[in-house]
Design a protein around this ligand. Structure first.
Ligand code: SF4
Length: 135
């Protein structure tokens, strides 16, 4: 369930789960905190604990090995929570989707509230999408 924007106006704490990504999406997410994109100036930060998070971002197709870990992490994020799928794999467009090890995206495990397309999406696209949750 999406949080009302008024609760997220000044700060957005993000917990990220790599659910079988190639790490391309993680490189772009990590760039949010560098001096060029500096997401912290908008009150956006990446946190280690899901219990401190408002938003759960997920990349990768959700592999069989990561399915339970994703569900456990999502359950640890307080309700109402916002789930954002990052990258084309997370939207079910992984080249290996449907194989024995790869799932078919986040929506097969958790309903996502927002999808950020791209392979990988640029840091500015990710930043803009996260800022959109605060408006
Ligand atoms: S969307 Fe592209 S960059 Fe992101 S995990 Fe999939 S293949 Fe890698």
């Amino acid at each position: 369930m999406t949080r009302p924007a008024r609760l997220l106006r000044r700060s957005l704490q993000v917990r990220h789960v790599d659910a079988g990504s190639c790490n391309g999406c993680e490189s772009e997410i990590a760039a949010l905190l560098n001096p060029v994109y500096d997401a912290q100036r908008y009150g956006i930060d990446i946190v280690a604990s899901p219990r401190h998070a408002d938003v759960l971002t997920v990349s990768g197709p959700v592999t069989r090995q990561m399915r339970e870990a994703l569900q456990t992490t999502a359950a640890a994020v307080g309700e109402p929570r916002t789930v954002v799928s990052v990258g084309d794999c997370a939207a079910g467009r992984c080249p290996f989707a449907g194989s024995y090890a790869a799932g078919s995206g986040v929506d097969g495990v958790l309903p996502s509230d927002l999808h950020i397309p791209g392979c990988p999406p640029s840091p500015s696209a990710i930043l803009e999408a996260l800022r959109g949750l605060m408006r």
